[in-house]
Write a protein that binds this ligand. Structure first.
Ligand SMILES: [Fe+2]
Length: 249
């Protein structure tokens, strides 16, 4: 089984996957996965705080998977070793804690999964580059091309797309003012890039986070499920999205 949530933010919001709150945890085994759609936040100080949370995650029976959001320390994250895993590249944080890298497609639990990640910090003007803000929070052109190349090979078909921020046509995309001039020229416009992927790709469900809401929308008949408090099994989410679509027809 694959359970999905988003925005654990290290110590701040990780309680939602603590077995004391997350009921399904008691029946999960090493065959199961817990996927976090960005703002993992457990790679932040590169020291004792990270170690505490990573040790705890390593002690849990399942494999924790995460994409990056805008609240990760990219200097520390980029230092972890890269390995092949189920058809794509991952950073191995711990044997059962893996970073799903930008633009990679994986095959596990009977589904194909496109990992996107990245997001704009609305408060970057108040943050310090290299200390609590990184340009790398959004895709480079090279990372965007990696996603396109892998989708091309997959015939632009995947079961699940995982992003942190949303595509341009999502109502939440306008939540904050966007200033692309904060980034260097090698960075894409993240919302526009995600929009391009949304339009071209066939998928059963798109998962995202970042806006701290639990919401379901359909765009051109394709569901986008935003997660925050919810920790939900992926097949349940797909079923729920299909039912909502049927009811609205
Ligand atoms: Fe975020």
């Amino acid at each position: 089984m694959v359970y999905v949530t988003s925005d654990t933010h290290g110590a701040f919001d990780i309680h939602k996957i603590n077995p004391r709150e997350f009921e399904a945890a008691s029946s999960m085994t090493s065959d199961d996965y817990l996927l976090i759609c960005g703002d993992f936040g457990c790679i932040w100080d590169g020291g004792s705080q990270d170690r505490f949370w990573l040790n705890w995650l390593e002690s849990l029976p399942w494999t924790t998977l995460f994409i990056d959001g805008n609240h990760e320390n990219f200097d520390v994250l980029n230092g972890y070793p890269i390995k092949e895993w189920n058809g794509g590249k991952v950073r191995e944080i711990r044997p059962n804690v893996l970073h799903l890298m930008r633009g990679e497609i994986y095959h596990f639990a009977g589904k194909s999964w496109l990992a996107l990640g990245g997001g704009n910090s609305h408060d970057s003007a108040y943050r310090t580059p290299g200390q609590n803000w990184w340009q790398e929070e959004i895709f480079s052109h090279e990372e965007a091309q990696n996603a396109r190349d892998n989708l091309e090979k997959a015939g632009w078909n995947v079961d699940v797309v995982i992003s942190h921020d949303v595509f341009a046509s999502h109502p939440s995309a306008d939540t904050y003012e966007h200033d692309q001039s904060r980034y260097s020229e090698d960075r894409v416009n993240q919302h526009d890039f995600l929009e391009e992927i949304r339009r071209k790709t066939n998928y059963k469900i798109w998962l995202c986070g970042h806006y701290h809401k639990d919401q379901l929308h359909h765009f051109d008949g394709k569901p986008c499920r935003m997660l925050f408090d919810d920790v939900r099994e992926i097949d349940d989410l797909i079923k729920e999205a299909d039912q909502k679509k049927e009811n609205s027809l």
